[in-house]
Design a protein around this ligand. Sequence first.
Ligand code: C5P
Length: 219
Amino acid sequence: FDRGLLSGKRVFITAGPTREALDPVRYISNHSSGKMGYALAEAAVDAGAQVTLISGPVNLPAPRRCQRIMVESAEQMLAASLENIDQCDIFIASAAVADYRPSAVAEHKLKKGKEEIMELHLIKNPDIVATVAALDHKPFTVGFAAETRDVIHYAQDKLARKNLDLIIANDVSRSDIGFNSDDNAVTVVGHDLVEQLPLCSKRQLASKIINMIAAKQVD
Ligand code: C5P
């Protein structure tokens, strides 16, 4: 592993789930553990980068020598991501951002009604990585794609649609890898690149991904 491969580079990484409040005690979220994003932060620190980790609620300690900003909602994650974005060289979006949030947050705890059915109104969250990739002076922008079929096809589509430089595609139809697991296998898709990274620990995978990003950066 090349120490100093990213020295002088500023890397922002989003990680973990977001929580979208319904009322003061309830929220909508997902099972993202944040492990992949935290492993990427460690690998980027080891490569000499100055790392800002923008994290949703997870049960992981802050990696050493990195600045961690804890957030809850997608809107907070977007605001934290855009802060000092002009200084960011590489933006890696590994967070499992909730696609939708409740259209209104009740001021007081919602009461159980007599009705058997309760309807929730949801509105679309901002797309954080696409917002960053649409900036005039965009950083080298890396996204993730969790798919259950046609993994490479959908990854290439997402790469173009969100104006990304690289996308890390996960086959989530496999139960041995992904979300809560310590291991993962991915396909890295770029504009002129499709490379399989076989099953290994998320920490090993993170080093390989960071090496590939560093190589692309000097292209
Ligand atoms: O569109 P989809 O959710 O599959 O895209 C996944 C990629 O987009 C991931 O990199 C994820 O972190 C990012 N994303 C985001 N903001 C959203 C939704 C997804 O940054 N609201």
